[in-house]
Design a protein around this ligand. Structure first.
Ligand SMILES: [Zn+2]
Length: 267
């Protein structure tokens, strides 16, 4: 077994261990309290220092699949195409996520439409299953993850940098005229708990298990995701992600909480 395989196995075992601890906590700690406390506000600002964001709404009808910019609609409650209710989630997300999951999303661009970014915040409800390992959803949606790494970006409002997981993705598809095509995109994210931030899904599972066992409490976790197109064989999107996230970060924190809380444990 070479080194890569060994470290992969190590991560796998750690995940299994964390899940086993979490399962144990669920079975034996029936007194675990759910806390409404989240580490951030479920809110995305209209302006992120140079980027302007618009709110997107989605038709709740699966057969329609309409997608609209909220500000351009006369009535933001119903789909102008089919009359079904509009939602901040796509029908697929609504289908998959527990009812009390919070989700907001904005589409940001710099002047001239430069550096477009879809930003999303998902906040878990009472059922903490709303936050999955994003990699699973991406591959299920037909994306190949061709590169995955954590980037560390400095924050102006904190001495502690912020870690963000970046997935470079590629997807092959067939155009309407039958010709083959490929898309290159990225998906970047980090998790925020009541007093912790991490780019690692494994670390988040560990914190959740520790909170249950040691403190008998289960906090609402959120994840912040950014996605957009990238140029194949280029790392230019990493700078865009770093620029955007470092400017968005101060706007996400709850009043009274300041700076990054500095959780950098990696699996
Ligand atoms: Zn519709």
């Amino acid at each position: 077994m070479d080194h890569t395989q060994k470290s992969f196995l190590g991560v796998r075992l750690f995940v299994i261990a964390a899940l086993a601890v979490a399962a144990w906590a669920m079975v034996f700690k029936t007194g675990v309290a759910s806390s409404d406390e989240a580490g951030i506000l479920l809110h995305l600002p209209e302006q992120v220092d140079g980027w302007t964001g618009v709110e997107l709404l989605f038709c709740s009808s699966r057969s329609c699949g309409g997608q609209f910019t909220a500000a351009r609609l006369e009535n933001a409650a119903v789909c102008p195409r089919c009359g079904a209710p509009l939602d901040t989630m796509t029908w697929g997300e609504r289908d998959m996520l527990p009812q009390d999951t919070g989700l907001i999303r904005k589409y940001y661009t710099r002047p001239g439409g430069r550096d477009p970014i879809h930003a999303t915040i998902v906040l878990s409800g009472d059922d903490r299953s709303s936050i999955h390992r994003p990699q699973v959803c991406m591959t299920a949606a037909g994306h190949d993850i061709i590169h995955q790494r954590t980037i560390r970006i400095p924050l102006e409002d904190s001495d502690t940098p912020l870690d963000i997981m970046v997935l470079d993705m590629a997807r092959s598809f067939t155009r309407e005229d039958g010709s083959p095509a490929a898309s290159s995109t990225y998906y970047a994210y980090w998790f925020v708990g009541r007093d912790r931030e991490t780019a690692s899904h494994v670390a988040r599972m560990f914190y959740m298990a520790a909170d249950r066992i040691l403190h008998g409490i289960s906090h609402r976790w959120a994840y912040i995701a950014m996605s957009g197109d990238r140029t194949p064989d280029s790392d230019a999107h990493l700078q865009t992600i770093a620029d955007f996230a470092s400017r968005l970060h101060p706007a996400l924190l709850k009043p009274g909480r300041s700076g990054n809380l500095g959780s950098h444990e990696q699996p």
